[in-house]
Design a protein around this ligand. Structure first.
Ligand SMILES: Cc1ncc(COP(=O)(O)O)c(C=O)c1O
Length: 399
């Protein structure tokens, strides 16, 4: 057996013996990368069409991010939120100017951003206990965010959860209007639902959510952890609609690969939040914020939003043409560089076949292949993927 093969087997054996069993890992060992290209431990190349689940928006080893990290690493790494460092305020300024919202709170992950957003909504309307969220929506694994996550198998083993969560079917305006009452604290939704299998919400549904929030005084929270920061072709996914939420949560690509989350808050929260009401030891640390600023600079200077938009239109047409040719594809949904390809079979074996052909793709629920490539992915890689997918779907499925 080659020493490279032995080395990866040792990694898998140690993981199996000592790492908590919360992940069903695939036997894939990426070791280095440039742009949308990954190399595994054996030196084999792959196109990365998943970007670490929407994190590596600029791909791997981006020169601007490497420079920003080197410069930040020469400075102080941690100051705590008791004291000041310049990058946090600069990043808050950039995010609030771009979104039209007023202030930013920084944390380390998507679930923490949603926890904070739910707490802030409670402060706005003390005592209100109802939170309206969507069936099959996903907001994270901590207890509060999990309570409002619409996928029952994630929630049920951990009951009892936060009381008051109420789930409605995505894009069902009537159900939403009926669910939002004067005791509703927050309406929480992903404008493009990721884990649900890439389900874009209709503008009419988002407008109904805005109206319901205005009618009752509930806080409208958009979870843009997966679909935000350029993924759909606009910096914020809400810009694709006519609706401005009260609160936006962000994470995944924000720290350029380091953990960083943010909650963007509309002006009514300015006077609600007081020192001591929420906090984080690591949130908004100097290294992650420096990378966040570099990410935003690159998105702007390299005009990545228009690249993502036009590539998305092109890819959508390619996938739609494939759907018409290949009966195994039952639906194609998405925008920008966020696509779900619904199959008439389980998606995981197909993703495995694509990995063998050199393409890293994700899955969502049982039967959806999910594409979240870096914004720098070459068009030629997407063309090759479409061909490889057609081939993968021709192979008979194993029982
Ligand atoms: C829409 C959405 N919200 C929240 C989360 C949770 O983020 P994290 O894993 O950083 O806690 C995710 C993660 O996939 C997500 O897709």
């Amino acid at each position: 057996m080659s020493s490279a093969r032995e080395a990866v087997q040792a990694v898998e054996a140690r993981d199996a013996a000592r790492v908590a069993r919360t992940y069903a890992r695939v036997s894939f060992h990426p070791r280095s990368g440039r742009g949308a290209r990954l190399l595994d431990a054996g030196g084999r190349g792959y196109w990365d069409l998943l970007a670490g689940i929407a994190v590596s928006a600029l791909g791997h080893g981006h020169p601007r991010l490497r420079r920003a990290l080197r410069e930040a690493a020469d400075g102080i790494w941690h100051v705590s939120n008791l004291y000041y460092h310049p990058a946090q305020g600069l990043l808050a300024e950039r995010l609030t100017r771009a979104s039209g919202l007023s202030r930013a709170f920084f944390c380390n992950s998507g679930t923490e951003a949603n926890e904070a957003a739910l707490k802030f909504a409670r402060l706005r309307n003390p005592g209100r206990d109802r939170i309206v969220a969507l069936e099959e929506g996903f907001h994270g694994r901590t207890l509060g965010a999990l309570s409002v996550t619409g996928h029952a198998p994630y929630r049920e083993p951990f009951a009892p959860l936060l009381p008051g969560a109420h789930f409605v079917s995505p894009n069902d305006v009537e159900a939403l209007e009926a669910a939002v009452t004067p005791s509703t604290s927050a309406i929480l939704l992903e404008p493009v639902m990721g884990e649900a299998g890439v389900v874009p919400l209709d503008d009419a549904f988002l407008r109904a959510a805005r109206r319901a929030a205005d009618r009752t005084g509930a806080t409208l929270i958009f979870d843009e952890v997966q679909c935000g920061l350029g993924r759909t072709g606009t910096l914020f996914a809400f810009e694709r609609s006519s609706v401005v939420p009260d609160v936006v949560t962000l994470a995944k690509p924000l720290g350029g690969g380091l953990p960083l989350g943010a909650v963007l808050l509309a002006a009514p929260f300015d006077d609600l939040l007081a020192p001591g009401q929420h906090g984080s030891t690591f949130g908004g640390n100097p290294l992650a914020c420096a990378l966040g600023l570099a990410l935003l600079d690159e998105i702007e200077e390299a005009r990545l939003l228009s690249r993502v938009s036009s590539l998305g239109v092109w890819l959508g047409a390619k996938l739609e043409a494939l759907r018409r040719r290949v009966p195994a594809i039952t639906a194609v949904r998405g925008c920008g560089l966020m696509w779900g390809i619904e199959l008439d079979r389980e998606a995981a074996p197909v993703a495995g076949r694509l990995l063998s052909s050199g393409f890293v793709v994700g899955t969502a629920r049982k039967s959806v292949l999910r594409l979240l490539p870096p914004y720098v992915v070459p068009r030629s890689a997407l063309s090759l993927f479409v061909r490889a997918l057609e081939d993968a779907l021709k192979e008979p499925t194993r029982p």
